[in-house]
Design a protein around this ligand. Structure first.
Ligand code: NAI
Ligand code: MG
Length: 479
């Protein structure tokens, strides 16, 4: 028997979106010159107009950050800096519903996820790093660590506020000041965060937020007044940034793409693994750099897993992201939808078998049904390239060694999952896998205390935990 759910829409009355936004520079909002629209991907409604920063705005933001670094932030004790971070964390909690609704409207992700994952984790990153601000000398990174100075931070659209928190919290805790650019598709929660900085009375210029597209990002990367670049986004842009900073003194951390293997051994608890597979690739519409997008199944259980997985996928509720019962929301943009469609089409032409969960997709907005491809081989593009959508490629193996070889046969190495009842097998496999984060009998679990980052083309450096602090300090860890 199948139950239908009555709509349970979250109210949007808690947010007030301005018709037009400027940049946040030196503690104040300054008007932009050119603008581009912020679009709700679930409805195609234009939510607001976002300013496009050019040379003058980026330069003003860098100068404000430098001034704040020199006269205020680098002179302040860790204890004082920590107070501001605690304040920001508490205000984010107090305004969490506002942030969650705004994130869902701007990004298309289900309100259940922005409310229960993105916003609480963003606040947790500020709480965690607030605690470190006056204890850096006990972090095992040496007793005379120094911040870099001004950090330029460029973030993507898949976890807008959370990626901001991953960047801003450790930078401030370690004594750096910041020029941050949100992704062009999702600027609104960063602009609300700027209001939080004002509310917390953070000294002017410590956090500056300029909005814009890749051209604005490139201006930040190439600005001579920036000491450190932190980027999360595509491997393609990561490579451009690596080339741009190579001849300079700038430090850089890069969090790039992934094509994670989620390996199911025959002794795994299959019903739990099904939940882990679903969470691994359909969480946040699959717009997750560490998504478990390659399912690597032991042949002896492959038929059972696929049958159960299809049944479970049929229960995924796709639709209005503002509905509290929705599991899978809108694809973030038209461009991303086209990319998902194009890569999925290569799955068909290269001989894999497509199956999509039956569901009614809304007429307006950008949507893609949860989909799996079986019969995928290593040669297929859908086994090698990041789709960044709700699409799972299924491969099989016979021996444990074959599973490892397939899992590691990728230019990426961000994350991996292992499902097995046997502890020794989990330990053996996790030592063989070349991935920065390895989950066993779970997937997509995040915590500010745990370092996150990749091998190979998945990036340089770590974010979170003690390792993440080192990325914002001179002379320690990954440079
Ligand atoms: P992107 O890498 O172009 O955008 C990420 C950020 O970089 C945005 O803020 C953008 O404005 C900025 N940017 C773009 N070009 C730049 C440049 N030359 N210099 C400095 N900053 C620049 O990613 P995009 O185009 O949104 O997505 C393309 C693909 O990248 C996705 O389909 C997905 O596969 C992957 N991706 C991976 C992410 C991750 O979390 N690792 C996040 C977003 C995208
Ligand atoms: Mg791009």
């Amino acid at each position: 028997m199948k139950f239908d759910y009555a709509p349970a829409p979250e109210s949007r009355s808690i947010v007030s979106i301005k018709p037009k936004y400027g940049h946040f520079i030196d503690g104040k909002f300054v008007a932009g010159r050119k603008h581009f629209p912020a679009i709700n991907p679930a409805t195609e409604e234009i939510l607001s107009q976002i300013a496009l920063a050019g040379v003058a705005e980026v330069d003003a933001a860098v100068k404000a950050a430098r001034k704040a670094y020199t006269i205020t932030w680098s002179k302040m004790s860790g204890r004082e800096r920590g107070k501001y971070l605690f304040r920001i964390a508490r205000i984010m909690q107090e305004r969490s519903r506002e942030f969650a609704v705004l994130e869902t409207l701007d990004n298309g992700k289900p309100i259940r996820e922005s409310r229960d994952v993105d916003i609480p984790l963003a606040a947790a990153h500020f709480f965690y790093h607030a605690g470190w601000a006056d204890k850096l000398e006990y972090a095992g990174l040496g007793t005379s660590t120094k911040p870099h100075g001004v950090a330029g931070q460029i973030i993507p659209w898949n976890f807008p506020l959370l990626m901001l928190a991953w960047k801003v919290a450790p930078a401030l805790a370690t004594g750096n000041t910041v020029v941050l650019k949100p992704a062009e598709n999702t600027s609104l929660t960063a602009l609300l965060f700027a209001e939080v900085c004002q509310q917390a009375e953070l000294p002017a210029g410590v956090v500056n937020i300029v909005t814009g597209n890749g051209s604005t990002g490139a201006l930040i990367v190439n600005h001579p007044g920036i000491d450190k670049i932190a980027f999360t986004g595509s491997t393609e842009v990561g490579k451009i940034i690596a080339r741009a900073v190579a001849p300079t003194q700038k430090s850089v951390t890069l969090e790039l793409g992934g094509k994670a293997a989620n390996i199911i051994f025959e002794d795994a608890a299959i019903d739990e693994a099904i939940e882990g597979i679903v969470n691994g690739v359909f969480f946040n519409q699959g717009h997750v750099c560490c998504a478990g997008s390659r399912l690597i199944l032991q042949e002896s259980v492959a038929d059972e897993v696929i049958e159960k997985l299809k049944r479970r996928m049929g229960l995924i509720r796709v639709g209005d992201p503002m509905d509290k019962n929705t599991d899978l929301g809108a694809i973030n943009s038209k461009e991303q939808l086209l990319k998902i469609r194009e890569l999925s089409a290569t799955g068909d032409t290269e001989g894999a078998q497509r199956w999509s969960a039956p569901c009614d997709l809304p007429k307006k907005g950008f949507w893609f049904a949860p989909t799996i491809f079986t019969g995928v081989t290593q040669a297929h593009r859908i086994a090698r390239e990041e789709i960044f959508g709700p699409v799972l490629s299924v491969l099989t193996f016979r021996t444990p060694q074959e599973a490892i070889d397939k899992a590691n046969n990728t230019p990426f190495g961000l994350s991996a999952g292992i499902w097995s009842e046997k502890g020794s097998r989990i330990l053996w496999a996790s030592q063989q896998l070349r991935a920065g984060v390895i989950w066993s009998n779970t997937f997509n679990k995040f915590d500010p205390t745990s370092p996150f980052g990749g091998y190979k083309e998945s990036g340089w450096g770590r974010e979170g935990g003690r390792h993440g602090l080192s990325a914002y300090l001179k002379g320690v860890g990954h440079e």
